[in-house]
Design a protein around this ligand. Structure first.
Ligand code: C2E
Ligand code: CA
Ligand code: CA
Length: 700
């Protein structure tokens, strides 16, 4: 068997074609061929692009070999074309080659045919190879160019002898406008480096020139417009045969944004922006210190945890602005009664911690607690409104109750809870507190009743678009107004409701209420979408999709005004089922959001296969971003990856302006959090929507 060969023959004589094919067969090929003798037939044959070689008769009655050749080349086909002709003079041959033929052979002398075919096939294969690699090269150059652009980079190549520098990429953007080619000398480069960094840069470059070690430094430059930018550069020296440096090549990246974020993160790492007290991280480190000191000196210490009773109620009824003022004042009062080396920290919300690292006697704790209670006793006057505040304090002692920061914090928390339970204002940890949660159990029994007897309420928390700075929607969050215990937060009853199946009625209630209230906003000209949380159990309810459709219909709310939030873990609990339900909801036009993203084990790539619209970065990462570089990295890369997959990103837990700023720099799409507003009861939410400076986004 010879080498398979697909042959296209442009020839009016069948016999001549057969002769040609015979010659190829004798030469060790296994040809299959098609003969054409009109332009139409040739066109039709060229639809198939798998021809290895073509032969053309120079002159045919109805068709011309040169025309055929042009046709073939016009289609961009790089198939070897060999003229085979009975009559071809030297001049004609030259003309044929000029027209793009690869060779010519006389019919009477087919001896030249095989070497010509062999050679042309070889060369065609080579051409194809070259084309492929140059395409690959172009593609990789294009990719590199894009990457350089995305990374805010430029590359440079410095000819050390002549002083010439060639740069490509975002050079202009980095150094600012009006830069001329003439100032590419080393001296003028150094001139643009920030005076404080100049020596460092010069030294690094000289060291590389002398010692041959590549360098990597970050430094500032002052742009022509006065702006200061942070750059990071990596360079390497190249030497000639004699060891003299001839070139330096490197990459420079504009890292100003990164520096900005790093600086904020640093600043926020150990300190609470609202009260200006140290934060949880700081306390944690000091706890570690205290434990270490004790290992050397054997000194016990106390950790106090304190929260303000009914703060959430105060906050919800008077507004979070007043709540914040109250927290600030509480911080000030605490600081005023405690002295070095005691540490007062705010752990978040209305929770404060006090570390008493030098405790001579346990009895002294009571004295400190008394001082604290007295400091809080005078009413807080917030915007002329006197507010009475009481605190519950839990105490854990080192080393009796724990010997790590975590165990101490946890025990102090248990003690604080016990203090609330018993109605006393303070409690020192006791192991018997661990098991007691009778109130929680009682609650479950009452939840059914609560759902049916109008004890549940929805609070709404706005979501803001970073670009327009307007409200795009609100999230409905359920609360339980217990006749006896007062306000019960959802964390205390959602879990049990899921376990007992009550979640089904609860969600139905939330869904109906949210749609009704959202529909009312819509009709009064406040067009906001509403988000409702679904739990894993809801996904398993048969007919859930139909129920949502029915709910929308009867409330008269358009499907795109509803967004359903489903946690990552609820999806992962049964991915197939989730896919089915989400597909149904998405077809209907309902928006879908992945809640608490980052807390589960799914990958973004997997979630992308689901018909979801946005992901909601879990508040633990968002809040943690301020103090933990890891969290900051997670947030940053989640945003980038989600965007690459065409998903929107919303950050929850945006508690401060600093967080808002960082997220804005990182390109996050939407924000939700205390910085914008706490969740508000419907009447307040209505007022907020009408009056807040954020305003509502028009027709989305
Ligand atoms: P989630 O869906 O992640 O809701 C966001 C929670 O973060 C809310 O707590 C909200 O008040 C709180 N939050 C908002 N902004 C900030 C902030 O800036 N900082 C901090 N630290 N927290 C912020 P909430 O209302 O206590 O709800 C807790 C969880 O209870 C919700 O978490 C959700 O999982 C569940 N939940 C609430 N309502 C419903 C509901 O109607 N159905 C279901 N299935 N679950 C619900
Ligand atoms: Ca949610
Ligand atoms: Ca969440």
């Amino acid at each position: 068997m010879g080498t398979p060969l697909r042959v296209l023959i442009i020839e009016d004589s069948d016999e001549d074609a057969v002769l040609l094919v015979e010659a190829l067969r004798r030469g060790g090929y296994d040809p299959t061929y098609e003969r054409v003798d009109t332009a139409e037939a040739l066109n039709a044959a060229l639809v198939d692009r798998s021809w290895d070689i073509s032969f053309g008769d120079y002159s045919m009655p109805y068709f011309n070999g040169v025309t055929a050749l042009r046709l073939l080349r016009a289609k961009g086909l790089d198939i070897p074309f060999i003229f085979v002709s009975g009559t071809i003079g030297e001049d004609t041959a030259v003309e044929a080659m000029r027209n793009g033929a690869n060779d010519y052979v006389l019919k009477g002398n087919l001896k030249r045919l095989l070497p010509a075919v062999d050679r042309e096939l070889r060369e065609a294969a080579l051409r194809r190879e070259r084309k492929k690699s140059s395409e690959a090269l172009m593609e990789s150059e294009e990719r590199l160019r894009m990457a350089i652009h995305a990374a805010q980079m430029y590359t440079w190549d410095w000819d050390v002898q002549s002083g010439r520098v060639i740069r490509s990429g975002l050079y202009q953007e980095v150094y600012g406008p009006d830069r001329t080619a003439s100032d590419s000398s080393y001296a003028s480069f150094l001139q643009r480096v920030h005076p404080e960094d100049r020596e460092k840069v010069d030294q690094a470059i000289r060291r590389t020139l002398d010692e041959n070690a590549p360098y990597r430094i970050s430094f500032r430059v002052v742009r022509s417009d006065g702006d200061v930018r942070w750059l990071e550069t990596q360079g390497e020296a190249y030497r000639d045969g004699t060891g003299k440096v001839v070139r330096m090549i490197g990459v420079t990246q504009d890292i100003s944004e990164r520096k900005q974020v790093e600086a904020l993160v640093q600043q926020m790492a150990f300190h609470d922006t609202l009260t200006e007290l140290p934060n949880r991280n700081y306390l944690y480190d000091r706890l570690l210190d205290a434990i270490r000191v004790d290992e050397a000196k054997g000194r016990p210490f106390a950790l106090l945890l304190m929260d303000l009773d009914r703060f959430k109620e105060i906050n919800d009824t008077l507004g979070h602005h007043r709540g914040d003022l109250l927290l600030k004042e509480a911080g000030r009062r605490l600081k005023a009664v405690l002295f070095e080396p005691d540490i007062v920290a705010r752990l978040g919300g209305d929770e404060f911690a006090i570390l008493l690292p030098r405790l001579a006697r346990v009895e002294d704790i009571h004295q400190v607690i008394q001082k604290i209670q007295e400091a809080l006793r005078p009413p807080f006057v917030i915007e002329n409104l006197p507010i009475a505040v009481e605190a519950s304090i839990g105490v854990a002692l080192y080393p009796d109750h724990g010997d790590t920061p975590d165990s101490l914090l946890q025990r102090a928390d248990i003690a604080m809870y016990a203090a609330k339970q018993t109605g006393r204002s303070e409690a020192i940890y006791d192991p018997q507190y661990d098991q007691h949660s009778p109130r929680r159990l009682a609650l479950i029994g009452e939840l059914r009743y609560a759902i049916d007897h109008d004890q549940l309420r929805l609070h709404y928390q706005p979501k803001i678009d970073f670009n327009t700075r307007r409200v795009v929607g609100v999230e409905a969050l359920v609360r339980w107004q217990h006749p006896e215990y007062g306000f019960v937060p959802p964390d205390q009853f959602i879990g049990p409701a899921e376990r007992t199946g009550l979640i089904k009625s609860l969600t139905q209630w939330v869904f109906e209420t949210a749609l009704r209230e959202c529909g009312a906003w819509g009709r009064s000209g406040m067009d906001v979408a509403v988000s409702v949380n679904l739990s894993a159990r809801n996904l398993q309810e048969p007919g859930i999709v139909e129920r949502v459709a029915e709910g929308l219909r009867s409330a008269g709310v358009a499907p795109d005004r509803l967004m359903l939030e489903i946690t990552e873990s609820a999806i992962m609990a049964d991915p197939n089922l989730a896919m089915e339900v989400l597909t149904g909801l998405s077809r209907m036009g309902v928006g879908l959001s992945i809640d608490d993203f980052g807390t589960g084990y799914s990958s973004l790539a997997y979630l992308k296969r689901l018909p979801v619209d946005e992901i909601k970065i879990d508040k633990s990462f968002v809040i943690g971003m301020a103090s933990d570089e890891n969290d900051a990295m997670i947030v940053r890369s989640t945003i980038d990856l989600a965007h690459n997959l065409g998903l929107k990103v919303i950050a929850e837990g945006v508690e401060s302006q600093d967080l808002w700023k960082i997220l804005s720099v990182l390109g996050c799409d939407e924000a939700q959090g205390y910085y914008i507003s706490r969740p508000l009861p419907a009447p307040e939410a209505t007022r907020w929507l009408a009056e807040s400076p954020w305003g509502i986004q028009k027709n989305n």
